[in-house]
Design a binder for this molecule. Structure first.
Ligand code: ZN
Length: 210
């Protein structure tokens, strides 16, 4: 199982409309600091490789208004300032539009984040990354960890992909998106981040044994 070519440059384009209600997100100092930390960990561990000039990954946490997410076409290793994040405060699926607070456009995967927060009251953080080793060793990993695997490889960023991925993930804390990458969720940012790192490091071990 490898990467579907259209998913390679994650975030190279967002297909939805963005309505900026304000030019800055609400301030969530503690969570934003953690989000910056996990962006750097993802970059450092190779969970958001740079593809086409931007990091392939998107990370968010839930807020009372919606969720705060990394902007599309961003580099996660560059010291992200809290003002770089985007708070999605309304999701219009019929109009395929997102209402946001912030300077930038939110991640192209925002509709998946929205679905997961809507369907999973237990989830406070959603982290998505690209990890070729996890794709390669998906079956072995799924025997060791509570991992859901999507049924087919499909192009990301569509409403169908968001809907189907969230449904196929069920109540699992981690999902392998076939031909694409992974999603890790948790009750805290740390839980989502630590699980992603644990599974990545296990995939590295498995690949060395193979
Ligand atoms: Zn992706």
């Amino acid at each position: 199982m490898s990467m579907l070519e259209g998913n390679r440059e994650c975030g190279i384009r967002h297909r939805f409309e963005v309505r900026h209600r304000d030019r800055a997100p609400n301030r969530h100092p503690a969570e934003m600091e953690q989000l910056i930390h996990w962006c750097q960990v993802f970059d450092h561990e190779g969970l958001a490789p740079v593809e086409g000039g931007a990091s392939a990954g998107n990370l968010s946490f839930r807020t009372s208004a919606g969720f705060v997410i990394t902007p599309t076409r961003s580099l996660l290793k560059s010291n992200l300032d809290w003002r770089a994040f985007v708070e999605v405060v309304r999701v219009d699926r019929r109009g395929f539009a997102l209402h946001v607070l912030g300077e930038h456009a939110p991640s192209s995967d925002s509709f998946l984040h929205e679905r997961l927060y809507a369907l999973r009251p237990d989830v406070m953080a959603v982290f998505h990354g690209h990890d070729d080793l996890v794709l390669t060793h998906a079956d072995a990993l799924a025997r060791e960890f509570p991992i859901a695997v999507t049924g087919e490889a499909r192009l990301f960023g569509t409403l169908d992909d968001a809907e189907d991925t969230a449904r196929e993930m069920g109540s699992a804390p981690y999902c392998i998106r076939k031909g694409h990458g992974f999603v890790s969720v948790g009750r805290t940012l740390s839980a989502a981040g630590e699980l992603a790192v644990t599974i990545h490091r296990r995939a590295v071990e498995i690949s060395k044994q193979a």
